[in-house]
Design a protein around this ligand. Sequence first.
Ligand code: TRP
Length: 370
Amino acid sequence: MIIDVSDIAREIDTGTFEEAVRRSQALRADFVVHPQRYRVLTGDRPTGPLHIGHYFGSLQNRVELQNLRIETFIVIADYQVLTDRDSVESIPENVRELVLDYLAVGLDPGTGRTHIFCHSHVPALNQLLLPFLTLVGMGELDRNPTVKEEIDAAGLKTVNAAMYTYPVHQAADILFCKGNVVPVGRDQLPHLELTRKIARRFNQRFCVDRPPVFPEPEALLSNAPKILGLDGSQKMSKSRNNAVMLRATADETAALIKKAKTDVDRHITYDPERRPEVSNLLLIASLSTGEDPHSIAARIGDGGSGTLKKVVTDALNGLLAPIRARRAALVQDPAIVRETLTRGIATATEIAEATLRETRKAMNMGYGLD
Ligand code: TRP
């Protein structure tokens, strides 16, 4: 297979993206009016603890949905980790850190509306993969731009079949609970498109004389502008060592921001095109306090990068202080992660089993047994 990364921009850049932006706005407006119409499914791969890019880009959004009383399922996609690496050694630690981060930012299973589970422990969910695989062509899997990019980024010499099929598995993650809204980043839009096709094809093929089993879920894109790494590179990530982790201490945060890249102009202005590094720091302060980045810049004026960094550090530490305090308290409880997952897995299993029974009946495989 030929890997051409430029395909990704081309394929995702088209009308699909603009349409998804429009739909996301309409969805947000309706969430307030009809929260009961929506069931959200979203998730992460357990590849390490989360950083402030995750917080501004997705976690904050999830907490808002929870506060709007929308039921939200959060899948920890542990099987997906095996698509681009062989080692399973770090998975337990990563799952633990992820659950602690979720709880620390305020995702709360105690509301009864937020369910956190890992898909490896929900057999009925995984079983949906089998009929779903029959609804997808090899060509479709081969063309997925995000999968191509991941193969490229991981530098894989040989690619396992799970890498090509995980978008179908992701459809099972979403459809087992009949999720109809999926908060995702732009890179996930091809996967969501495939999920919609699978839902449509299943209903068309197997539900001719009965009501459709699956909704066609919609993407919910984040409103937040993307933040860059503190070294000025395009992506904030733990492996590039340019990220502020949610669990970092206030001092670690200060030290990281002190090292952040800026430029030589002492006069601070918000100008993302010409001054990406300075503007990124202003954006982080702005997202932390809600103040407009231009007005933060105007206040700093000729204070230079020293003042800028102090402002950013204070803003970010202010935002993260309650999250870190909650995390520190949670860590004291040795059972919290296990209890959270046990509860989420029980809920997910009940729903997945009901959906699986429904799909078996639709496929003429009920045999009067279900
Ligand atoms: N593929 C997603 C990622 O790499 C993780 C994921 C797995 C997911 N299943 C999902 C996201 C279902 C949204 C919905 O980040």
